[in-house]
Design a protein around this ligand. Structure first.
Ligand code: PLP
Length: 392
């Protein structure tokens, strides 16, 4: 019998929507020409890329579809944003990021540092919030780019992007980039009304396949291409377009836009039921991050006195997929940089577990998790070297 899967790891990746797969198939089997070809067979494919671009633009409320370029993933979009702006500006300008960015942003920032750039990593407080006064003070005349994520993938905590963008534009000449990979498809966005110059998104976080992403580039923003050697994507990203995936991404954006309002509240209700149920039935549990400003689908919960990895293994045996805030580095379980940056105490940090939902989750699945989780935690605490006898 096929094992039951309750998938609560949607910030890692999402199931490809069946409508998306169906939309992609003709581009493997029939319409497989090169969109840059002169002949009709190839050329006709191009209008499907344009249609997908319009759908991405519609989902994020861009003024013009030409402000969207397709990439291979969110990581490429983020790399293009940071490297592209710094290269366009030239020299060794100042760069600002937050210390809880995804590694694909942090690594680029730290690479700049090794090349002699001044790089500021903005700190967060115990609830994962930025200090905007510190941020104002850090902006300098030579700041080329500020990159601050819209929502954190581990905690779901959302930064006040509108305020941050206004501060950037009012006080500097810097370009403002936001990694919105975890926001797009979960919350309504109208980028044309926001002080955002560059915005990254990723297909596989919103029910398109892995291997396709996009970067919004507001008209007039100077960004050098990361990949050169072709005219594709308005000369901003060389390489023959991944047509089936781009078409699938467009379809996923169309579906997300159509279902956004209803799904957002339904998913938030399921998340809240899960969270409240865990806090009620498992003693010594804490939610990590600011619960007021958070994605509707995410909860990050610390179970004191147990290792996140142990929880995940026990949940896995029950077919429940979640993820842990720790990473196994050289044999020791280190809490992630996000949890560490928030100053979460050791006994909590090690048991931090992320549950992230999507439109495919049901009430019945949440009931199933709530039925099993108290037993899992109790069982682990009974054998935990961290737990005091009273907690076992
Ligand atoms: N940014 C954030 C916030 C993410 O959560 C992820 C993926 O986990 C990425 C960027 C990278 O996206 P991709 O997997 O498409 O490269």
């Amino acid at each position: 019998m096929k094992k039951r899967i309750v998938y609560l790891d949607n910030n890692a990746t999402t199931r490809v929507a069946p409508e998306v797969t169906a939309a992609m198939m003709p581009f493997f089997e029939e319409l497989w020409g090169n969109p840059s070809s002169m002949h009709t067979f190839g050329g006709q494919v191009h209008r499907h890329i344009d249609a997908a671009r319009e759908k991405v633009a519609a989902l994020i409320g861009a003024e013009d579809p030409s402000e969207i370029i397709f990439t291979s993933c969110g990581s490429e979009s983020n790399n293009t944003a940071l490297r592209g702006v710094v290269e366009a500006v030239g020299g060794k300008p100042h760069v600002i990021v937050s210390c809880v960015e995804h590694p694909c942003v942090l690594s680029v920032a730290r690479h700049f540092k090794t090349r002699g750039h001044l790089v500021t990593e903005l700190q967060v407080d115990g609830r994962g919030r930025l200090d905007l006064d510190q941020f104002r003070r850090e902006l300098a005349d030579d700041t080329a780019v500020v990159s601050v994520m819209w929502a954190n993938n581990e905690t779901g905590v959302m930064f006040p992007i509108e305020q941050i963008g206004e501060i950037v534009h009012r006080n500097s000449h810097a370009v403002f980039h936001t990694d919105a990979v975890q926001v797009i498809g979960k919350l309504p966005v109208r980028v044309r009304d926001l002080p955002i110059d560059l915005l990254s998104l990723s297909g596989h976080k919103l029910h398109a396949p892995k291997g396709v992403g996009a970067l919004y580039i507001r008209k007039g923003t100077k960004v050098n291409p990361l990949i050169i050697g072709g005219h594709q994507e308005f000369g901003k990203r060389a390489g023959t377009e991944n047509v089936p995936y781009i078409v699938g991404f467009g379809k996923a954006c169309e579906l997300a836009l159509a279902g956004l309002e209803g799904e957002r509240t339904r998913v938030a209700r399921l998340r809240d039921t899960l969270e409240a149920g865990i806090l009620k039935t498992c003693p010594d549990t804490h939610v990590n991050g600011d619960r007021e400003h958070r994605l509707p689908n995410t909860t990050n919960i610390s179970f004191e006195y147990v290792e996140g990895e142990a929880i995940l293994l026990r949940l896995d045996e029950l077919g429940i997929c979640a993820s842990s805030g720790s990473a196994c580095t050289s044999g020791s379980l280190e809490p992630s940089h996000v949890i560490r940056a928030m100053g979460v105490p050791f006994t909590r940090a090690h048991g931090s577990t992320r549950f992230s939902l999507s439109r495919y989750n049901t009430e019945e699945e949440i009931d199933y998790v709530l039925q099993h989780i108290p037993g899992v935690i109790k069982g682990l605490r009974e054998i935990s070297p961290f737990a005091q006898p009273s907690e076992r």
